[in-house]
Write a protein that binds this ligand. Structure first.
Ligand SMILES: NC(=O)C1=CN([C@@H]2O[C@H](COP(=O)(O)OP(=O)(O)OC[C@H]3O[C@@H](n4cnc5c(N)ncnc54)[C@H](O)[C@@H]3O)[C@@H](O)[C@H]2O)C=CC1
Ligand SMILES: CC(C)CC(=O)C(=O)O
Ligand SMILES: [Mg+2]
Length: 356
């Protein structure tokens, strides 16, 4: 199979982890007789430095012309510490999601057995946890009207959802639930927010089309608690952009680390595959970032965009094997991990390639 992939590494550890993701894709192509060609494109701080724009038109054009995108991260401390900056790296990521119509962000929370001890949650509450989040990705407060008034002394962001936006993500969640344990939990704040009341109304309507699926509605505050108290109660979770962003960082502790969680952003156009983590300034350039979220994002690409199930499984199995062999990056190591098994980003990549 011939496929053209655009690598948008972006900022910070995005550069380090996508390098490993790409090596794994190359090895898969070699092993299974595919031809993957690559292009690179700029986004975020590196794009601002080069062009003044966090999302150059060329990046959108290259992305649209590709079969899939391997994305790293955006962000730079310069902007985090300067709230008044008008041009920001994060606009690049929000912009590409919108430009490509990537309204559904699938975030699988997969706990590898070997990492039971790495989690901050007690193993007896965790074993067997397997959740698939559907986070709406192009609406909500991230895209609503925002601004300042009263001479800058009042600021506002608008949480806004339209019926069609809720319906299409709900349909994706219910369809996925039909192939899994047939449970959907919709998360909102319908006891307070009007946009959440519309959300709940539409999810209830969609649910009627799937009588075999058990549906529950939870408020975001309770859902955040239940996720830690009893992660195994969840199968598919569907929620808005903001709540999904926060809940899945929380859920990374079920999988052991932010460095373990992959995602697929899909919708109207080319799929974009991205770790859930950011550019991680605190570890950038140290060579210690966990590349597995990027590698598992590449596996989602093989599966969802290319339909290469066996190849995707080979990648997940390689991750499993490397963990079984005891290798860890720093974020998933624990007090029992021998020092010689704690690997840097590239060395972890080499173990995966050896395994493949
Ligand atoms: N998708 C994206 O591009 C995102 C970008 N950001 C941006 O990233 C920058 C840093 O934001 P933070 O809030 O610190 O979130 P972050 O996700 O970059 O990091 C949070 C914590 O997790 C750790 N971490 C993240 N990925 C890791 C990996 N692969 N291996 C080992 N440890 C890992 C980091 O070291 C840090 O302690 C900010 O500029 C922010 O705006 C934040 C979240 C997502
Ligand atoms: C720019 C942010 C919305 C990125 C983020 O935190 C995410 O998508 O998880
Ligand atoms: Mg996030």
């Amino acid at each position: 199979m011939k496929k053209h992939i655009v690598v948008i590494a972006g900022d910070g550890i995005g550069q380090e982890v996508t390098a490993v993701g790409k090596q794994v894709l190359n090895r898969i192509a070699e092993k299974f007789g595919h031809e993957f060609t690559y292009d690179e494109a700029l986004i975020g701080h590196v794009a601002i430095e080069a062009t003044g724009n966090p999302l150059p038109a060329e990046t959108i054009a290259k992305s649209k012309a590709s079969d899939a995108i391997l994305f790293g991260a955006v962000g730079h401390p310069k902007y985090d510490n300067d709230p008044s900056a008008k041009v920001r790296p994060e606009q690049g990521l929000l912009g590409i999601r919108k430009a490509l119509g990537l309204y559904a962000n699938l975030r699988p929370i997969k706990l590898f057995d070997e990492l039971l001890q790495a989690s901050s949650i007690k193993p007896e509450f965790l074993k067997g946890a397997d959740i698939l989040f559907f986070r709406e990705l192009t609406g909500d407060v991230y895209f609503g009207e925002r601004g300042r008034k009263d001479e800058g002394s009042t600021a506002y962001d608008t949480m806004i959802y339209s019926r069609y936006e809720v319906e299409r993500i709900a349909v994706k969640a219910f369809e996925a639930a039909m192939t899994r344990r047939k449970k959907v939990c919709s998360v909102d704040k319908a006891n307070v927010l009007e946009s959440s009341r519309l959300w709940r109304e539409v999810v209830q309507e969609v649910a009627k089309r799937y009588p075999d699926v058990e549906v529950e509605h939870q408020f975001i505050d309770a859902a955040a608690m239940l996720l830690i108290k009893d992660p195994r109660r969840f199968d598919v979770v569907v929620t808005g952009n903001l709540f999904g962003d926060i809940l899945t960082d929380e859920a990374s502790q079920i999988a052991g680390s932010m460095g373990m969680l992959a995602s697929a952003s899909v919708g109207d156009s080319t799929g974009l595959y991205e770790p859930i983590h950011g550019s991680a300034h605190d570890i950038t350039g140290k060579g210690v970032a966990n590349p597995l979220a990027s590698v598992l994002s590449a596996a989602l690409m093989l599966d969802i965009s290319f339909g290469l199930k066996e190849e995707a499984e080979a990648v997940v199995n390689a991750v499993d094997q490397v963990l079984k062999a005891g290798y860890r990056t720093r974020d998933i190591a624990d007090s029992n991990t021998p020092a010689d098994k704690v690997l840097g980003t590239q060395a972890m990549g080499e173990q995966l390639l050896a395994c493949l």
